[in-house]
Design a protein around this ligand. Structure first.
Ligand code: ATP
Ligand code: MG
Length: 417
């Protein structure tokens, strides 16, 4: 083999694609039920958008972006996530003048230069939603409830919802002082990245995946215990709303989320059964982001689910995804006259919206029937000169083995029954 697919990418082959199509259908049904409209955006954006919109101190911007100069000398980045692009489009297209809230969803590929492992790829798929314009915890509850309904509809039982609040810049200012004090005595024991975080954004230290850092972050003061009145009220409202809908949650004081722009509510849905990469979905409120990207101050909230991880969870639970439908009818033929007739008949059947196949390989009748079986055809019939001349054939139900003499003119009517 001369050239292989790049590391961290995966082909989705026809034998697997029905799983993706199934999930995609569930996504569009869900979004339609909750009033979210699809938005489709470019795969690449100006690098600066992600530096601002994802945040300079995040792992994504510091280590993971696919960035290159294009032939016009612009710095371009393949989108590592969906939110920044949606915010850019919201501002650029003047969506602020539309009736609020603005509810959008996307289903995209995203690109990150990662250490490839199970559930962690360099090209992956995300389904996400964003809701702009609403301040209160009601919308936080709405999008979390959307996720719990999504998992329920897919038959997923083993994911747990963890929530937290990381406050607003006001409470974070006070809290940062406490954090700096807390980490100071052990600063030299933290990893290199955390030492930089200590200077630039100490909250990030809590998110560090290094085992040694985890020892010191374990007992660090939590933001959720240091919220200002407004953020505290918001968090109470979120919990109340979830309880009102009967949605179970845990409070996880260590959720910081990877992105700089989150405020107040942050949450994750986690599975224990797919290995180290157990976070299927992450989301949160980002009241400062639109302003950061050059729009008017507008609250926002969203989430993103990794589809690869979602499929891993479904697989680990043994959830059977219905296979794409087999073909309706296979027309086998013997001889030139029958072949011509079959060609026309198949065309007419397809025109009526059914799926039909006939021989394209010059196979024997026996081999054609074997192939029809492989295709999973529901009905089959064999045409020879006699059938064409008499306009009659034997229709076989491949599932039950039942056969029936039919007039060829009535075939389409039968398929409609
Ligand atoms: P992690 O902590 O696992 O690196 P993250 O915080 O970087 O996740 P987000 O940026 O919040 O992830 O992305 C949302 C979701 O997208 C994740 O919960 C996960 O399901 C999926 N995801 C993120 N990165 C990858 C990847 N490299 N490969 C596959 N799925 C991914
Ligand atoms: Mg990551």
């Amino acid at each position: 083999m001369l050239i292989k697919a790049p590391k961290g990418t995966k082909d989705i082959l026809p034998s697997e694609v029905y799983k993706w199509q199934y999930v995609e259908k569930k996504i569009s049904e869900l979004c339609s039920n909750f009033g979210y409209k699809e938005i489709r955006l470019p795969v690449f954006e100006h690098t600066e958008l992600f530096q601002r919109g994802v945040g300079d101190t995040t792992d994504i911007v510091q280590k993971e972006m696919y960035t290159f100069m294009d032939k016009g000398g612009r710095s371009i980045t393949l989108r590592p996530e969906g939110t920044a692009g949606v915010v850019r489009s919201y501002i650029e297209n003047g969506m602020a003048s539309l009736a609020m809230p603005i509810k959008l969803y996307y289903n995209i590929t995203a690109y990150r230069y990662e250490n490839v492992q199970k559930g962690r790829y360099r090209e992956f798929h995300q389904f996400g939603v964003e809701c702009f314009g609403s301040n209160g915890p009601l919308v936080d509850v709405e999008i979390i409830s959307m996720l719990s309904m999504f998992f329920e509809r897919l038959g997923i039982k083993d994911v747990e919802l963890n929530i937290n609040s990381i406050g607003c810049p006001k409470c974070r200012g006070e809290y940062n002082k406490k954090l700096l004090e807390f980490f100071k005595p052990n600063l030299d024991k933290l990893c290199g990245t955390c030492k930089t975080r200590y200077e630039r954004n100490p909250l990030r230290i809590i998110d560090c995946k290094e085992e040694t850092c985890k020892i010191y972050t374990k007992d660090a003061p939590a933001l959720v215990d240091n919220l200002c009145e407004d953020c505290s009220k918001h968090f109470e409202g979120l919990k109340e709303g979830l309880e009102n809908l009967g949605i179970k949650y845990n409070i996880d004081k260590n959720i910081v989320r990877g992105l700089d722009y989150y405020t107040k509510t942050v949450f994750e849905f986690v599975s224990k059964n797919i290995g180290a990469q157990g976070t299927v979905c992450g989301g949160g409120r980002y009241d400062g982001l639109i302003e950061e990207c050059g729009g008017n101050q507008t609250p926002g909230i969203g989430f993103a689910i990794g589809i690869e991880r979602l499929l891993l969870v479904m697989e680990s639970q043994g959830i059977e995804i219905p296979k794409a439908e087999a073909i309706d009818v296979y027309i086998a033929c013997i001889g030139e006259q029958a072949q011509k007739y079959a060609q026309k008949l198949v065309y007419k059947i397809r025109q009526e919206g059914f799926s039909a196949e006939t021989d394209l390989m010059g196979r024997s009748v026996k081999a054609q029937m074997k192939y029809a079986d492989k295709l999973g055809a529901v009905y089959s019939l064999v045409l020879g000169d006699t059938e064409v001349e008499s306009n009659k054939a034997v229709l076989k139900n491949m599932l039950t083995g039942e056969t029936k003499d039919i007039s060829l003119d009535t075939l389409i009517e039968r398929l409609k029954m």
